[in-house]
Design a protein. Structure first.
Length: 320
């Protein structure tokens, strides 16, 4: 059985938050031609962030779905009918961002090597994935009784397995650098400033999702309940402070971002309530015939992760 390192479940926050001058559309041509060392690092890092955020699903999930639903048909273990394969739309675009980042200065060893290996894995997986997508989408397997699918399946599985590992390793590098950067900037920012509130939102957003890892894995909060609650409360305080600082110069505030923050907080507090009142535990003990197709905990975990990613996207697009 093929086992890969778990891929990161989250979107990363662009460094534009920390060095806006490097991401300003109004930057002068001179600055664009000769960016400072700090700006150059931000621009390169954001290319890697773009690659990380290009796909909302891991290639590991795509491989698992193929092995569960499609491979058995080509292996003669189930009827060959209504097969499905995900179109590899993002593979080429991810590779473009990776290659561009790799060519930029300064060197970034913690991401350059994982990014290079990720790009190479994408280059191998994309052609055979495209071939399988076109083959299945046209239902050519009905005219050749699956012959071509069986022929290319070994290459598909091999290249996808390599891609799963490469993506996971790249995400680990992104996550480690992202965390260190955010923590340093949050601790450096002066309390009471817009920057402090902004970086506080990001810091405690990440902290809260860490604490909710057991829920995302279907195991519950466990001994992380207090840490999760505290991180949510801190995130709420930072989001409220951020909106208040925005309102000092703009009476409309930042309702769009605050709305996404509230969605995340609402789901998180539902999770705490359902943990404390035993609802998740009761659901798990229900006879199978009375259980929902997706448990309440699974639904809440998916909602929490989606609201988290919505929040990060809002921060990345600087909606205020």
């Amino acid at each position: 059985m093929f086992i890969a390192k778990p891929v990161a479940r989250t979107l990363a926050v662009a460094a534009c938050l920390l060095a806006l001058s490097a991401c300003d559309d109004k930057t002068t041509k001179t600055q664009e031609a000769q960016p400072s060392a700090e700006q150059a690092e931000v621009l390169k890092y954001n290319e890697y962030i773009a690659a990380a955020n290009m796909t909302s699903a891991s290639f590991g999930k795509q491989l698992a779905e193929y092995q569960k639903y499609t491979q058995p048909a080509f292996d003669g273990k189930k009827k060959m009918d209504d097969l499905f394969f995900t179109e590899p739309l993002s593979m080429g675009r991810i590779k473009e961002h990776l290659d561009k980042a790799h060519s930029m200065k300064p060197d970034m060893p913690e991401l350059d090597e994982p990014g290079r290996l990720y790009s190479e894995a994408l280059a191998k997986a994309e052609p055979v994935s495209r071939d399988m997508y076109n083959y299945i989408s046209a239902k050519t397997y009905k005219s050749d009784n699956g012959a071509h699918g069986r022929e290319i399946q070994p290459a598909l599985l091999s290249s996808m397995q390599m891609l799963v590992v490469a993506q996971a390793n790249f995400f680990e590098g992104i996550e480690a650098k992202d965390r260190a950067r955010i923590k340093a900037e949050f601790e450096r920012a002066q309390k009471g400033t817009l920057e402090h509130a902004q970086m506080g939102m990001v810091y405690y957003l990440k902290e809260s999702l860490d604490a909710a890892g057991g829920v995302l894995d279907g195991k519950g909060l466990g001994d992380k309940k207090a840490a999760f609650k505290d991180a949510l409360d801190q995130f709420n305080s930072m989001a409220t402070a951020y909106d208040a600082k925005i309102r000092e110069s703009n009476k409309t505030g930042c309702s769009s971002l605050l709305s996404k923050a509230n969605d995340y907080l609402s789901t998180g507090r539902d999770i705490i309530e359902r943990t404390e009142n035993g609802e998740y535990e009761k659901d798990a003990k229900q006879p199978k015939q009375f259980q929902l197709m997706q448990s309440q905990q699974t639904q809440d975990a998916q909602s929490l992760l989606q609201n988290y990613n919505n929040m990060v996207s809002a921060l990345n697009t600087n909606q205020c």
